[in-house]
Design a protein around this ligand. Structure first.
Ligand SMILES: Cc1ncc(COP(=O)(O)O)c(C=O)c1O
Length: 411
């Protein structure tokens, strides 16, 4: 009976999760990974991320998949790649998915396939992982940062139009930390100003806002399957999803030396294919993604309930119509490194995502932005600290994190 409800876990899996009693929750956690191992581990030891806990229940079936691959030698463009593409497109609610070697490849090749020209301006959020910028510059464009909103830490629709110039071609929001940007408002601006609307969904597998799923809102959405992502491979991998068949065809050529027919090179391309082995891993993990996202939501809910009102601690904002998948749980405080040190002494790992906004990094100094240009993004970079959140986290570990943060603030 529990199994039936578990298979029903979806974007709204939290309702199922919260309806479970403690025994059912233990059963789900054991099924989805890790808790058995943690039950014997020190209660205070909380890694920032434990991929071992996530992968342990999958080990036998993955080893069988890998043995099959060694028998067939289909390392490149094997059947698992097409299967994963079909399943991930269905998961995102799009017509097509093109498997790629990384999330950066998705962004860069997506811009190329959509016809970016040298010097085209691409509006990006001022706080993001640097790959968003890299994709734009490597595709020949110029990133134009716009500040993020305190309501969701994503591209602020109220500030976008002032950044549009005659050279602007693309609007590229990032769904940071697993929460969708305000895609409805941003897409309306893109349509009004004649811009291509494309998404950096690298951190948002399965997230929704206003009934729109990550990757569905615009011409394309790019995903990363870096191991630590909500859906992660065992190495680098990525994908682009789209409803545009011509774009998907172009992408399939660009990922493989610009060829549609073998050794006939229609465009200058890349080596940017998704490995068969990684597709095998992703196929196994995709089936568990909704359940894992539900577990992340329950951890986020526990943190948000139990860490409210402590000192200067600012909890992550969630927009009213948003259903985030909590890739990261980022709090803000004036001294994040002191809090991180305090928690480390109690055996609790944390992360910083990301301590330097890209416009202030040496790599992008040539764009000429100064400190103070994007105050919300810069505050988030300066004050942000990511607490542990991953599917195998036990209740005891969540309690240890809460106790640690409360102790730091004397709460
Ligand atoms: C927001 C964002 N964009 C792009 C990327 C790039 O993905 P990858 O590391 O797979 O190239 C990442 C990955 O960390 C990311 O977090």
């Amino acid at each position: 009976m529990i199994a039936g409800r578990l298979s029903g876990l979806s974007g709204r899996g939290l309702a199922v999760w919260t309806s479970c009693n403690a025994r059912e929750k233990r059963w789900i956690q054991a099924k989805l990974g890790g808790v058995a191992k943690h039950a014997t581990a020190s209660l205070a030891a909380v890694p920032f991320l434990d991929l071992g806990a996530i992968h342990a229940p999958l080990k036998e079936e993955l080893l069988a998949d890998f043995a099959g691959l060694i028998d067939t030698n289909a390392y490149v463009n094997g059947p698992a790649v097409a299967e994963l593409e079909q399943d991930f497109a269905a998961y995102c609610g799009t017509q097509h998915c093109v498997g790629l070697a990384s999330g950066l490849d998705g962004l860069r090749l997506g811009l190329q396939a959509a016809g970016i020209e040298p010097g085209d301006e691409v509006i990006v959020p001022a706080q993001t992982f640097v790959a968003t910028y890299e994709a734009v510059t490597q595709a020949g464009g110029t990133p134009v940062p716009v500040d993020v909103s305190n309501g969701d830490y994503n591209l602020d629709p109220a500030l976008v139009e002032a950044a549009v110039t005659p050279r602007t071609r693309f609007l590229l929001p990032v769904h940071l930390y697993g929460q969708l940007a305000d895609v409805k408002a941003l897409r309306a601006i893109a349509e009004r100003r004649g811009l291509q609307f494309v998404e950096d969904a690298a951190q948002a597998h399965g997230a929704e806002r206003d009934g729109i799923r990550a990757g569905q809102a615009g011409l394309w959405g790019a995903f990363s399957f870096y191991p630590g992502k909500n859906l992660g491979a065992m190495g680098d991998a990525g994908a682009l999803v789209t409803d545009d068949e011509a774009l998907a065809t172009r992408l399939r050529a660009l990922r493989e030396h610009g060829q549609r027919a073998k050794y006939i090179h229609e465009w200058e391309g890349w080596t940017a294919r998704l490995d068969t082995l990684q597709a095998m891993v992703l196929l196994r993990k995709l089936r568990l993604l909704d359940g894992w996202n539900a577990l992340r939501r329950s951890v986020a809910q526990a943190y948000s309930e139990q860490l409210a009102g402590l000192g200067d601690l600012v909890l992550p904002p969630v927009a009213p119509t948003s259903d985030p998948v909590w890739h990261l749980y980022v709090v803000r405080t004036a001294a994040p490194v002191a809090l991180a040190d305090f928690l480390r002494e109690r055996g609790i790992g944390t992360g910083r995502h990301y301590p330097q906004a890209p416009h202030l990094s040496p790599a992008y100094a040539h764009l000429g932005y100064r400190e103070g240009a994007f105050p919300v993004a810069e505050t988030l970079a300066r004050d942000g600290l990511s607490l542990p959140i991953f599917p195998g986290l036990s209740e005891a570990q969540v309690d240890a994190v809460v106790a640690g943060v409360r102790a730091y603030f004397g709460g």
